[in-house]
Design a protein around this ligand. Structure first.
Ligand code: HEC
Ligand code: HEC
Length: 201
């Protein structure tokens, strides 16, 4: 009896320590996502603090390299004249779009297959692809219209990118500290926009 309750205490302490170090590293993450100017999700190096392990990095990089090879000689041409179904990323070069693909995957911690069936890149097989378009529109609206319309107390305006919210998760709330959990920030936040945390999935 006593031994097992001691074990429970030790386990709880360990879990709390792991949790706290996660919260710290997540908190240390600076603002501004990986979306470089015009590049949703692109720009920031991998391995950032607070990010979930990106187990698809190698796979994504290899698919980008294969596709880059396929469009060789046209990398710097406008994406819409190289690819078949570009609606939001018009005006970028084909190479920028491909790098953006990798960046979105990295920001969400997913493989290319989260939004595509491999090699059916131009098709609309997965709903996540069109969600991603809306997310790009939303992010541009924040960066290009909403944020500049406010006065900010510091030099420079904040910028958001996919990583700002997603932090390596397809659903941003995955991996969020639970309100009221050990060391949670006050436990008052309702990061899911009002839904109690237990109600997901
Ligand atoms: C989060 C969703 C998402 C992920 C992950 C993603 N893509 Fe995409 N992909 C899109 C969207 C959205 C478009 C269309 C962009 C537009 O309409 O401007 C697209 C378009 C493309 C196109 C252009 C196809 C054409 O002919 O129109 C290629 C090629 C492509 N993606 C390759 C990849 C590769 C390779 C990966 C992995 C490194 C990847 N994508 C990961 C959402 C995604
Ligand atoms: C302001 C915060 C925010 C930003 C910025 C943001 N997202 Fe999202 N994203 C969300 C939220 C919230 C959801 C809904 C998650 C859920 O259903 O729980 C979501 C969902 C998604 C989904 C659907 C996930 C699934 O279930 O498959 C995709 C794909 C996605 N985002 C892509 C992107 C991309 C690509 C970018 C950058 C261009 C981006 N998001 C930027 C908040 C954001």
């Amino acid at each position: 009896m006593r031994r097992s309750s001691l074990a429970v205490v030790v386990l709880c302490v360990c879990a709390a320590l792991v949790f706290l170090s996660f919260v710290r590293s997540a908190g240390a993450q600076g603002p501004g996502g990986p979306g470089g100017p015009g590049g949703p999700g692109g720009g920031r190096p991998p391995g950032m603090m607070g990010m979930a392990p990106d187990s698809f990095a190698a796979e994504r990089e290899s698919l980008v390299a294969i596709t880059m090879e396929r469009i060789k000689g046209r990398e710097n041409v406008a994406a819409e004249s190289v690819f078949k179904n570009i609606r939001v990323m018009k005006g970028r070069t084909a190479a920028q779009v491909l790098r953006g693909m990798n960046g979105m995957g990295r920001s969400l911690g997913v493989s290319c297959r989260h939004c595509h069936i491999e090699n059916h890149w131009a098709d609309e097989d997965k709903p996540a692809k069109d969600v991603a378009r809306n997310m790009m529109r939303m992010t541009s609206a924040l960066n290009d219209s909403l944020i500049p319309s406010y006065t900010w107390p510091h030099d420079g305006k904040p910028r958001v990118g996919c990583f700002t919210c997603h932090r390596g998760h397809a659903k941003p709330m995955e991996g969020m500290p639970r309100p009221g959990g050990p060391g949670g920030p006050g436990g008052t936040g309702r990061p899911e926009g009002g839904r109690p945390p237990g109600e997901r999935h």
